[in-house]
Design a protein around this ligand. Structure first.
Ligand SMILES: [Fe+2]
Length: 396
């Protein structure tokens, strides 16, 4: 059977003209048993469309691991490094992960208590809630009436020592049904987005770059981000913005001297734009919560200086300045019309290009709403590639 593609089911909130390339439903293949030829085709499609949906799949943890690993055969360990996450008690990621004992690269995530699951006698899961991460929260009354927020826009990546995974696979096993919710931005814009209960929200990093005005495109193509050492521990006392797109600058981050042992050599400095290996497009891929400094190169020779920002380059170390500039560049791309909120069905498998999209957990469940997903991503065998000299010449 040949591979067939269908458009993703876009909600009425989405601007369809911005989703012509983004996201496809794939039919006619079994993602757990792909032939080498099908796998090759799926890889090309993933990089071309950034998110692929397979419905009604049967997928064991072993098959999910094999599929994820096929995108980067030299990768081996879970994207955040299991033991590291487990031993780093302070990390904000710690409570969200339960490992499948047989296949430790696959994580069980969700909500409520799950029994006798793939070798886990009992797993208590908690859907991450903005109420424990954002500086402000939706009031309990509004939450009961269905209002919610994006939890945290991110890339799946340790951002320290390990390279960001190329692909993440998310497989929905138990999906509680419930009324839709309204995701509020609460940033003074009045923006809000109707979402299915417990959606995963995606935005395209490619669109994030493409909609920038020329002067910010020029900054983006010249900029690199330095992430904090052990960023999830570093940020643990800090609180997020109401949009989930970064952290409030209140000086709450842990001092570097209080972090677990770290070395300069393992600190990650990544380009702001990551080059798609298939389409060669540039994707704006910054994990805003972990960013600590921005390094902006001077304009290349021959570039127009008039109206340019940072024409002689800059090294921005003031956290608020770093965050404000990133926010200015990233916020436009999470506008309601540019978000794809996936409406999960049981046995949905979503494969996403982790180096080409940003995503966020959304919504709130009650403890009796049981949700069980398998998630897998693997620390990559190499770091992402930034803009080429031609890209810099073109966009700076
Ligand atoms: Fe994630």
């Amino acid at each position: 059977m040949a591979i067939e593609l269908a458009p993703l089911p876009l909600p009425p909130s989405a601007d369809a003209s911005k989703f012509t390339e983004f996201g496809k439903e794939v039919k006619g293949v079994d993602p757990g048993n792909l032939s080498p030829k099908e796998l090759e085709e799926i890889q090309q499609l993933l990089y071309k469309h950034d998110a692929l949906l397979f419905r009604n799949c049967e997928l064991s943890p072993e098959q999910q691991y094999a599929l994820t690993k096929a995108f980067d055969p030299a990768s081996e360990s879970y994207g955040h490094g299991n033991n590291k996450t487990e031993s780093t008690k302070k990390s904000i990621l710690h409570p969200d992960l339960k490992t499948i004992p047989r296949v430790p690269q696959v994580q069980l995530i969700g909500n409520g208590t799950v029994y006798n699951h793939e070798g886990l006698a009992e797993a208590r899961l908690k859907h991450p809630s903005h109420t424990t991460f954002h500086k402000t929260r939706v009031s309990p009354e509004d939450e009961a009436a269905g209002a919610t927020r994006f939890y945290r826009w991110h890339i799946d990546a340790a951002l320290y020592k390990l390279a960001p995974p190329k692909v993440t696979t998310l497989y929905g096993l138990t999906v509680p049904q419930g009324p839709p919710q309204v995701c509020r931005y609460d940033d003074g814009t009045g923006d809000e987005l109707p979402v299915p209960l417990g959606t995963t929200a995606f935005v395209s990093g490619r669109t994030m770059f493409e909609i920038l005005p020329p002067e910010l495109k020029s900054v983006a193509v010249r900029a690199r981000v330095r992430y904090a050492p052990h960023p999830y521990v570093w940020m643990s006392p800090a609180r997020a913005l109401s949009t989930g797109l970064g952290i409030e600058s209140e000086g709450k981050e842990l001092p570097l001297s209080e972090l677990p042992e770290w070395t300069e050599e393992d600190v990650k400095v990544f380009p702001v734009l990551w080059k798609n290996p298939v389409t060669q497009a540039l994707h704006f891929q910054v994990h805003p919560a972990g960013a600590q400094e921005l390094l902006i190169a001077a304009l290349p020779e021959g570039a127009k200086r008039e109206g340019a920002l940072f024409p002689d380059g800059a090294h921005i170390t003031d956290l608020k300045e770093v965050r404000d500039l990133l926010y200015k560049m990233q916020r436009p791309a999470i506008a309601p019309s540019l978000v794809y909120p996936h409406d999960w069905h049981e046995k949905d498998l979503v494969l996403f290009h982790n180096r080409g999209v940003l995503h966020s957990v959304v919504g709130a469940f009650t403890p009796d709403q049981v949700r069980a997903f398998h998630q897998c991503n693997l620390a990559a065998s190499s770091d992402p590639v930034g803009p080429s000299e031609e890209d810099v010449a073109r966009w700076a």
